[in-house]
Design a protein around this ligand. Structure first.
Ligand code: ADP
Ligand code: MG
Length: 700
């Protein structure tokens, strides 16, 4: 139950006077709420900038297009002559005249607020009309006394079309008056160490700034709010984590026989970091606590074999493992790599995706439940209700960020105290790992397996397409396998973007030139069709594969050594890196050609430069972070941290670790949140809607 003290903040915004159904709709959109926003949503909508009403030039100095506050004397009125004509008020100071313009003013509003002869402060944006400065609908219009009370600095909020700044400000100001006194949840030490003001002061000062700098995210007011949000997040994660960390009761201490067999049969030696990751995982599995480990490694760094060895370790102890991948292609790819190695060692492997149906599916499920499958590889299909394991001990989730927490939990709930291994080819910055997973253990595969060939990456303007096609022709004659990547599947997607190449057209034109050795694969094709085409490419039946980004993740055809990426300027860094990772996997030197369409924007130029310069995924992730902010590293297009409204990774990275430390300290001292600070902390969890963690406090 939400603490009653918070109720006023969770009242719908429509309870505020002046906020009706129309604003409700606009605010839902603005604040990304599926239902009517609550006051708390309004209050956590922070300003993007301020208007400085202290900027008070004389009339003659007021430049067109600037926001000013003028101190003027009202000279005369010229009321509207008809409904469409404006009501004009002439005013002046010692340097000149200004016209104040009102459309459809109500009743005697203007006579009252701008009496002739009075001195008034009027604010607004200056326009020039016949050489005379004019302000349309000045706001506010204040007398001496009211002006003296103004801070002179007004917040400007992110808006949406149809929502006026004034009405949003009014609503937020009203919401501020409803802010209850809440208990302080931040400890006195942290408050004084970080110089945080109390919550009420923080919220008030960002919405009613006293200084221009009050609204800056790095200032204590905003930072306090960011810390609250991060602390709520970290506390919730720590609670979930504490739950996961409870003694699992089952230690999976295999004797190593399967792992030895697999390693002996590998045609290569493990890299040092693969071996280290394997040891770390084995130790986790043997401990009586649940594993929560992230295995990060660049494309082609060899995560799959590490995952297989982890599965082998639980199989040695007679338990089962599941490997869930985000796409059908990737699931099959894993199965193809893993099955021969696993089966040779005596493990039983099966695959389950949306395509296994009817009897085939029933057979797999029956064998799974009977314990006759050691490792089940698949897609989302793995989390369906009727998929029952005999004893699932290890859940391996590939490309985690494409799955939500719910899917992860759905898979782990299919066994008891299931250990979790997450594979990620996008090196995730530490701050993001913390905000997503809390305190996850991390293994990194930093070395490239031996024998990797460098990739020569070049950027070429698409005006030279003909030359590139000729070069591809020569490569095909020389027996090479080539990927050709296009941003779109077909023309219909390309409205208003006619220079974007679609895969279908490109496929047609390349097939005309090169004949049957050209194939096409894209995301709109059926799973079986995709597999068929990929299979023929892997078997060298097809030699030029035109594809969309479906080949981005995990697809492994080591013999492919050339990739052309059309409209490379349209892809993000992480995506280019992932795509390029499809080549340079075999024994041959590889070439990647980035075809770009001019003119290139700053950002695209910078991205292409980075991708040409390095193939180190960790470096690329860092550059990506610098260029676009952390959200985009995960391909989530938004500024700020996904799931966080206030904290900004580029500003508050420090606070993330501090919030994590504070959350851990709180739970160490008071694991069930029963102590003196607990009411306040529960308030915090509810305020930021991290209360899903609260039932964990009572459970178990
Ligand atoms: P990732 O999933 O990390 O992108 P994979 O596991 O698909 O990478 O491995 C890429 C390729 O490298 C595979 O063909 C695999 O057989 C090979 N490989 C993995 N580990 C090694 C190693 N230690 N030495 C040589 N090749 C390796
Ligand atoms: Mg992989």
């Amino acid at each position: 139950m939400r603490p009653a003290v918070l109720n006023p903040l969770f009242a719908p915004v429509t309870t505020l006077s002046g906020v009706g159904p129309k604003q409700d709709k606009l605010l839902r959109y603005l604040l990304s709420c599926s239902d009517t926003p609550r006051l708390v949503d309004l209050l956590l909508h922070l300003p993007a900038s301020v208007i400085d009403r202290r900027h008070r030039p004389k009339v003659r100095e007021a430049a067109a297009g600037t926001m000013v506050t003028l101190e003027v004397t009202v000279d005369r009125h010229r009321p509207s002559r008809n409904a469409r004509a404006p009501y004009l008020v002439y005013a002046s100071d010692e340097t000149g005249d200004v016209v104040l313009t009102f459309f459809r003013p109500k009743g005697d509003y203007i006579e009252k607020i701008l009496p002739v002869g009075a001195k008034r402060y009027v604010s607004g944006t200056v326009q020039m009309y016949d050489g005379i400065p004019q302000i349309v609908h000045p706001h506010p219009i204040l007398d001496e006394a009211a002006f003296a009370k103004l801070s002179g600095i007004d917040p400007v909020y992110p808006l949406t079309e149809g929502l006026a700044l004034g009405s949003l400000r009014r609503a937020i100001a009203l919401a501020l008056t409803k802010l209850p006194d809440l208990p302080e949840w931040i400890s006195p030490e942290v408050l004084s160490r970080c110089g945080f003001p109390p919550l009420k002061e923080a919220l008030t000062r960002v919405h009613v700034p006293q200084e221009l700098t009050d609204i800056l995210p790095e200032n204590p007011f905003w930072s306090r709010l960011a810390f609250d949000e991060l602390l709520a997040g970290q506390l919730a994660l720590a609670l979930v984590r504490a739950q996961l960390r409870r003694p699992a009761g089952n230690r999976h201490a295999g004797d190593g026989h399967l792992r030895h067999r697999i390693i002996d049969a590998l045609p290569y030696a493990l890299t040092n970091s693969q071996a280290q990751a394997m040891v770390a995982i084995a130790e986790d599995l043997e401990k009586p606590v649940r594993m929560l480990r992230l295995l990060q490694g660049d494309v082609g760094s060899g995560k799959t074999v590490v995952a297989l060895l982890a599965a082998a370790a639980v199989a040695e102890a007679g338990k089962q493992a599941a490997l869930m991948a985000p796409t059908e292609i990737l699931a099959r790819q894993h199965a193809k790599t893993i099955a021969p190695l696993a089966e040779r060692a005596g493990m039983r492997v099966a695959i389950l995706t949306g395509r296994e149906k009817g009897k085939e599916r029933r057979d797999i499920l029956a064998r799974l439940e009977a314990g006759e499958i050691d490792i089940l590889i698949g897609t989302h299909a793995l989390i369906q209700d009727d998929v029952v394991f005999k004893s699932l001990a290890l859940a391996i989730v590939d490309e985690q960020h494409r799955f939500g927490v719910r899917e992860r939990l759905a898979l782990t709930s299919k066994g008891e105290a299931v250990d979790v291994l997450v594979l990620s080819a996008t090196p995730i910055p530490r701050t993001l790992v913390l905000t997503y997973f809390g305190d996850m253990d991390i293994s990194e595969l930093r070395e490239k397996p031996a024998g990797r060939q460098p990739i020569d990456t070049r950027a070429v303007a698409d005006t030279r397409l003909g030359e590139v096609i000729d070069a591809v022709g020569r490569a095909l004659d020389g027996g090479k396998l080539v990927y050709w990547i296009c941003p779109l599947v077909e023309e219909s997607e390309a409205e208003g973007t006619d220079h974007l190449t679609n895969a279908t057209d490109r496929f047609e034109s390349l097939r005309e030139r090169f004949g049957d050795k050209v194939g096409l694969v894209h995301g709109k094709m059926k799973g079986s069709e995709k597999d068929d085409v990929m299979g023929r490419f892997a078997a060298h039946e097809l030699r030029l594969l035109v594809a969309t980004t479906v080949v981005e993740v995990g697809v492994d055809v080591p013999a492919a050594s050339i990739m052309v990426i059309e409209n490379a300027e349209r892809f993000g860094l992480a995506q280019l890196h992932q795509l390029r990772g499809r080549i340079g996997r075999g024994s041959e030197a590889s070439t990647c050609i980035l075809l770009y369409h001019e003119p290139l924007g700053q950002m695209s130029k910078a991205r292409l430069a980075v991708i040409r310069e390095t193939t180190d995924g960790f470096r690329i992730a860092e550059e990506d972070l610098k260029l676009r902010g952390e959200g985009d590293v995960l391909g989530i297009r938004q500024s700020g941290l996904p799931g966080y409204r206030i904290a900004r990774p580029e500003v508050h990275a420090q606070l993330i670790t501090q919030a994590r430390d504070e959350a851990l300290r709180i739970l160490k001292e008071d694991p069930k949140l029963k102590g003196p600070r607990s009411d306040a902390l529960r308030c915090l969890l509810y305020l930021y809607e991290r209360d899903e963690a609260i039932p964990l406090l009572t459970a178990g």
